[in-house]
Design a protein around this ligand. Structure first.
Ligand code: ZN
Length: 392
């Protein structure tokens, strides 16, 4: 009885893996013929025909024009995703909720943002903002049953958000059942990990299997991917590099309660404080600091790069990734000064062989937080967690 049960489970698993592979094949190729999918995936034509019929009935895949095969055989009928099938991505940040509606190729169709600085500490206001974004973007008919939500926080193995240095309103939230006003299936993930997924699917990390993504913003965190799989660690809280102690000065108190965390030196608010103190200015954000000012704060920016480099050196020695992707205003705005000192310090901190195996690149994606949330939703269609992931 048990072995029969296991066999049924295995059959169901194989079916869901093949379905995800077919969807991913169409996603990567834009348009593709049945015979080309069968050849790429090594599937027999009969079972492929069954899968495609099922996807056509669900309105996910449609037949488009015919393409000549180039030889004497019959012309191919090409397949593509129905553009009316959509997923939603919602990115929660300390002072805004940003949502996008995207098609199954990852193309953003509509975007909506609700700004409210109170959501960081007020759960009710936060839920109202998420609901507003959801209602604005929810298409009337045709949507796939998937919504991805990214947020800044530590999510444990039971899906409970146990800590968030930047958003106390999230602490204690059950990520599996907390968004009950959303009718579709919801996939929730920490924002650094969701952004890493976006880099893997659409950015500079597309062909790489072992990646570290570093988010340098209000908070600092890392998403880690090993062999195409997100790595959470046994404790589920991997990647908290923002709260690694980088000095023994006993200086600034971090929001986590410790002193001298990386965030107290190079998070966006920490850097802004240092820049305003050095220049006697009162810029409200890093984006408001004019680029020509960078020349006047070279030592400050170089020191920020060096702090980052020492942590990257440690990550490289421990994980030996092939690619590190850096995102945030520290890199996008001040990369000209920050990146050379970061690179020098990384090389000095890491072992020579580990350093020579890794590339460090800035992110090429804009709106990566919300793109990451949308990618979470797409991942629910084109991947089978733990069994099949893009790049396999
Ligand atoms: Zn800290």
């Amino acid at each position: 009885m048990r072995s029969q049960c296991n066999e049924l489970k295995n059959q169901a698993l194989i079916k869901s893996i093949n379905r995800a592979k077919i969807l991913n094949c169409i996603r990567e190729s834009k348009t593709i013929a049945r015979a080309q999918i069968a050849e790429k995936l090594g599937l027999d034509r009969k079972s492929l025909t069954n899968f495609i019929s099922e996807l056509q009935q669900e309105g996910i895949v449609l037949e488009t024009g015919k393409l000549l095969s180039g030889g004497l055989g019959r012309p191919f009928t090409m397949l593509e995703f129905c553009r009316d099938k959509l997923v939603l991505g919602i990115a929660i940040s300390p002072d805004f909720v940003h949502g996008v509606r995207m098609d199954l190729y990852g193309k953003i169709a509509h975007s909506y943002m609700c700004k409210d600085a109170a959501i960081a500490s007020d759960r009710e206001r936060l839920f109202r903002a998420v609901q507003e974004v959801y209602e604005k973007l929810k298409p009337h008919g045709g949507v796939m049953g998937k919504v991805g939500i990214s947020l800044p926080g530590l999510i444990d193995g039971d899906g409970i958000l146990v800590d968030s240095a930047n958003m106390p309103s999230l602490v204690g939230l059950n990520c599996k059942s907390g968004f009950s006003f959303i009718n579709e299936e919801v996939q929730v993930e920490d924002s650094s990990r969701a952004a890493l997924l976006a880099e893997k699917w659409f950015g500079v990390a597309r062909t790489v299997k072992d990646i570290v993504f570093v988010e340098l913003g209000t908070g600092i965190g890392a998403g880690i991917m090993i062999n195409n799989r997100l790595f959470r660690g046994g404790g589920h809280f991997s990647g908290e590099i923002g709260h690694v102690t980088v000095s023994s000065q006993g200086g600034a108190l971090c929001r986590c309660g410790k002193k001298d965390c990386l965030e107290t030196f190079i998070s966006s608010p920490a850097l802004l404080r240092q820049i305003n103190a050095a220049l006697g200015s009162s810029y409200a954000s890093l984006d408001a600091v004019p680029l020509e000012v960078a020349d006047k704060i070279v030592p400050l920016l170089s020191e920020a790069g060096a702090h980052l480099g020492r942590i990257l050196g440690m990550l490289i020695n421990v994980l030996s990734p092939n690619l590190i992707v850096l995102s945030g205003p520290l890199v996008s705005r001040f990369g000209g000064t920050v990146l050379p000192s970061m690179e020098r310090e990384t090389e000095a901190s890491a072992l020579r062989h580990c350093f020579s195996a890794v590339k460090i690149l800035p992110s090429s994606l804009s709106d990566i937080a919300v793109l990451g949330a949308g990618t979470l939703a797409l991942s629910g269609l084109c991947e089978v967690s733990g069994y099949y992931h893009i790049g396999d």
